[in-house]
Write a protein that binds this ligand. Structure first.
Ligand code: DP6
Length: 325
């Protein structure tokens, strides 16, 4: 390597949610989580270490950024591992259309981990890259891998990382993203999850819920049981959002349009069309369905919300590192 490398990482949607950190400095979660990496939305990041620089420099979509707190956590670890003191220029581009309503932090920190480690001359395993990405953002630990991924919570810096799930037979999955609002949220996921962990009286029960959901979702994935997969994912998402409503002060990521999509999905289901939904730390809804019903549901959502708010994704790949670009 000549101090430079590029990486591409795709975003992921959590089916069993990560919501709360035992350790905020190194991102150790209270529970495990399971996600699906998606094919349509990704971040491409080029990192160059340069002895001339006196500080790290970050460009996102061509714009200089001033808050490098989370980026520095990743780069400082890379410098420590490589025994280097060089600063870096990071040029990051999101191919996560804001119109799709996906957060880009998962793909962004996964790509940063891959590009910066490679640029520093390290050859890390995917497991080590997952730990590195985790320092920037918890959900990024999962975007190192493709398809279904489980983040094993661990209890220290060395044993908290994601792994690709094996024995999955449920492969026919389509995700329809309904964008309700692409403005950035007023309560970040970091803030929201800490408020929930610290103040919701239901937080300890949430940990039991996740423990059960992890077991049952794995069963659904191994037995190709889409109905069970959908029911568990949907209930887990709603129970996460119940933590926001039960926090002090209470808050919610839902907007009126969020509830409209939920009602639409419930109505489709009442008509015998198999579909479920999940929602992350924002108002946008991701509909979970299968190939047979995809175009019918998509057409329905396009009619109701307009074509510019709807995008479709499928299971996507793990990180790709391009050394010489
Ligand atoms: C609701 O990974 O964005 O999407 O670790 O503070 O950066 P930080 O949080 P982040 O939180 C994701 C929250 C979630 C659930 C999930 O992705 O598991």
């Amino acid at each position: 390597a000549n101090n430079t490398a590029t990486a591409i990482a795709h975003t992921n949607i959590a089916l069993i949610k990560y919501w709360g950190k035992v350790n905020e400095q190194i991102t150790i979660p209270y529970t495990g989580s399971i996600s699906l990496t998606l094919d349509q939305f990704y971040t491409k990041t080029k990192v160059t270490f340069d002895p001339q620089l006196t500080a790290d420099q970050l460009l996102v979509n061509g714009k200089i950024q001033t808050n490098l707190t989370k980026v520095s956590r990743v780069l400082n670890r890379v410098r420590q591992l490589a025994g280097s003191e060089k600063f870096a220029i990071i040029d990051s581009k999101n191919f996560v259309p804001t119109s799709a309503g996906f957060a880009s932090s998962a793909s962004a920190f996964a790509a940063l981990a891959g590009a910066s480690a490679t640029a520093a001359g390290l050859s890390l395993t995917h497991q080590e890259l997952s730990k590195l990405a985790r320092l920037g953002s918890g959900s990024a630990s999962r975007s190192i891998f493709g398809n279904f991924v489980e983040w094993l919570p661990g209890d220290n810096d060395d044993n908290s990382y994601a792994v690709p799930m094996t024995d999955v037979t449920l492969t026919d999955i389509a995700v329809i993203a309904v964008n309700i609002n692409s403005q950035s949220k007023t309560i970040s996921s970091s803030q929201g999850m800490q408020l929930s962990a610290n103040t919701s009286p239901y937080y300890s029960e949430w940990q039991n819920v996740v423990a059960r959901d992890l077991v049952n979702l794995k069963h659904a994935l191994m037995t190709n049981d889409f109905a069970l997969f959908g029911q568990i994912s949907e209930a887990n998402a709603m129970r996460m959002h119940a933590l926001t409503l039960s926090s002090l002060p209470p808050f919610t990521y839902f907007e009126p349009g969020t509830l409209e999509v939920i009602e639409t999905i419930q109505a489709l289901r009442a008509d015998g069309i198999e579909c479920y939904y999940t929602i992350d730390a924002g108002p946008n809804v991701k509909v979970l369905t299968q190939t047979a019903n995809l175009s019918l549901i998509k057409d329905h959502l396009v009619d109701q919300f307009g074509p510019s708010r709807i995008s479709v994704a499928h299971p996507g790949p793990g990180i790709e590192i391009l050394e010489h670009e």
